[in-house]
Design a protein around this ligand. Structure first.
Ligand SMILES: Nc1ncnc2c1ncn2[C@@H]1O[C@H](COP(=O)(O)OP(=O)(O)OP(=O)(O)O)[C@@H](O)[C@H]1O
Length: 588
């Protein structure tokens, strides 16, 4: 983090030194008026002093404006860098279906931006000047310096005590706040079901109960901060009275001048002001500290910078003894967990089509996510053209992969933008977009939309039907000619006609030499299969070419039934008897 903001901070720090030096001018002016102008009654001296202080004040104004500009520029620049990183990390974490939330959230960048653009940062810059002011007070009289030092120590002690008392409360409510934000997001995603089933009141009540708890914690922090702020304010005013009284006593006993008495009282006020301001904004400082810690961790996360970009793969896939597990939700501890895939081992030549099937929750989508590089197996390796998938730079790998997830949500934007994978600006030559739509058999469907390819799909694609969303996702996947196409139940929302055009599209894709891995429960895609993989309980039950009984006729898988003749295969594909060890060498 420091590296990101160092240069701006150095400039702002230098300007702060200048500003604080210039801040001494009015005090010197006051001292001179009292101790020199009044006894000598010299108008020239007064005019000279006025000119001196006017120049100092004007310069200070310029320096302060410049310092604020530097800091607001820093807030904007840092925000830009962090916002990008945060969004990237959130996408990666969500794509990996991780139980651990993203390291940082957009509100962390907002907190930092707010702090850098506000008065809190100025108080931080000004507070070290306390020592300089104390030295200057000491130059007038040691007793005044002693009072000032003791009062500064008391204020610092109040600040540290306040920090100690509120730290854990701030941490806990920031944590609650993040969990609530995630929950709120979940409610909004499920708005349709919530409204349709009359769950709105229940959801709002549940949310309200949790929010109230969070608000109570926040209120405790605010109350304590207000208490420390008022205490420090009262204390500072009391100290100024004592300081003035001591100054007056020193003047009466001839140890100091009247000017020194006033000057030191004013200096003390200036010295303590930033500390008082910091105490008053302790809640924001606590939030900033939390945000800073998370942003720092985010910036330290390993990126793709050092990964070597490999040439375009041919699409040969080697899944070598892959096992994948997740920690148990309740304990969320590493070590003990649940195995979702165990000893998955198979290879697919470039250009081959693999149909993955198996009962619900057998691990099909999990396997697909591993092949897409979204999940990293704990054991074994998934390789694309011999290179471990996790070793690929994420963006480079993505260009070679077409992926249709099980739950399709399109991005806000036009149909064309969605097909072109949100490329900005859209390619000038839109023939690739139209070609992708034609290949998926949706060109005509798109032309029927109100604004054709320019039709807005709405948030998540809400203006389109489930089948339309699926077909646009199917056009997007092979856009850019990837080497590997991964489809998770691509025909789940399609009618007979849609399924037939999907089969047709996949035939074209297959003849273009693209490797395809498609998860399906339905037999229509079997006609395209070079290999079939059947999973059960996270293990391979069958891997090999479609067995003879999976014969396909007119795009429909059929099996010879001794009694009734050829019957279409329905539901889950029939699988070989479990010969897992022979087929995969997997150990359970
Ligand atoms: N992020 C996760 N954390 C914990 N468990 C998970 C996670 N993702 C998947 N699972 C579990 O892994 C198992 C396999 O899920 P997966 O989605 O791979 O099954 P599937 O075969 O694709 O099922 P379906 O055909 O119903 O889509 C399920 O029991 C699911 O609960």
């Amino acid at each position: 983090m420091y590296r990101l903001i160092r240069s701006h901070l150095l400039i702002a720090g230098t300007l702060s030194i200048l500003s604080n030096l210039l801040l001494l001018a009015p005090t010197i002016y006051l001292l001179q008026v009292y101790d020199r102008v009044l006894p000598s009654r010299s108008m020239e001296t007064l005019l000279m002093l006025m000119a001196f202080v006017a120049i100092a004040l004007a310069t200070q104004f310029v320096v302060d404006v410049a310092r604020s500009r530097v800091l607001s520029d820093l807030a904007r620049q840092t925000g830009d860098v962090l916002d990008r990183l945060i969004l990237k990390e959130q996408i990666v974490v969500n794509a990996g279906h991780s139980l651990t939330p993203p390291v940082a959230s957009p509100s962390d960048a907002g907190t930092l931006r707010g702090f850098l653009g506000g008065s809190g940062v100025l108080a931080l810059f000004d507070s070290p000047w306390l020592i300089v002011y104390l030295i200057v007070i000491g130059m007038f009289h040691w007793l005044l310096a002693l009072i000032a030092t003791l009062s500064a120590l008391v204020l610092v002690a109040i600040a540290l005590y306040g920090d100690w008392r509120t730290k854990s409360a701030i941490e806990s409510y920031v944590c609650q706040q993040r969990a609530e934000d995630a929950r709120l997001h979940g409610y909004l995603r499920n708005a349709e079901a919530i409204t349709a089933m009359g769950m709105t009141e229940n959801v709002v009540n549940a949310w309200d109960a949790r929010k109230r708890e969070q608000m109570l914690t926040q209120q405790r922090v605010l109350d304590s901060t207000a208490l420390y702020r008022d205490t420090s304010k009262g204390f500072r005013q009391g100290v100024q009275v004592i300081m003035m009284a001591t100054g007056a006593w020193l003047v009466i006993s001839g140890h100091a001048s009247a000017g020194a008495m006033l000057a030191t009282t004013i200096l003390l006020g200036k010295a303590l002001a930033p500390i008082e301001q910091l105490i008053g904004s302790w809640k924001q400082l606590g939030e900033l500290r939390e945000a800073w810690r998370r942003l720092d961790t985010l910036l330290c996360l390993p990126g793709d910078e050092n990964k070597v970009e490999l040439p375009r793969p041919t699409g040969k896939l080697d899944i070598q003894n892959v096992s994948y597990g997740v920690p148990i939700r309740e304990s969320a501890t590493q070590g003990s967990g649940r195995v979702l895939l165990r000893g998955i081992d198979f290879s697919l030549d470039a250009g081959q089509t693999l149909i993955v099937t198996g009962p619900s929750a057998s691990g099909k989508s999990t396997l697909l996510r591993i092949v897409a590089g979204l999940l990293r197996p704990q054991a074994g390796a998934a390789r694309l053209d011999g290179a471990e998938i996790s070793h690929w730079p994420r963006n480079a790998l993505g260009r070679h992969i077409g992926y249709v997830p099980q739950d399709i949500e399109l991005m806000s934007g036009t149909i064309a933008e969605n097909i072109a994978r949100c490329e900005q600006p859209l390619p000038l030559d839109s023939s690739a977009i139209v070609e992708a739509a034609r290949r998926a058999g949706i060109h005509e469907m798109i032309l029927e939309q109100p604004r054709g390819y320019e039709t807005e799909v709405g948030a998540g694609g809400q203006f389109l039907s489930g089948g339309q969303r699926q077909r646009i996702a199917l056009a997007r996947a092979p856009f850019g000619n990837p080497a590997l196409l991964l489809l998770d139940e691509p025909n789940a929302s399609l009618d007979g006609q849609g399924e037939a055009s999907l089969v047709h599209a996949l035939q074209k894709i297959k003849s273009a030499g693209i490797t395809v891995v498609a998860v399906t429960h339905r037999p229509a895609l079997l006609a395209l299969a070079d290999q079939v993989l059947a999973l059960r309980n996270g293990q391979i039950e069958y891997f090999g070419p479609p067995a003879p009984e999976f014969a396909c006729e007119s795009g429909t898988a059929v099996r010879e039934d001794p009694q009734t003749g050829k019957q279409p295969i329905r539901g889950v594909l029939p699988v070989q008897p479990p010969t897992i060890e022979q087929l995969t060498g997997a150990t359970s």
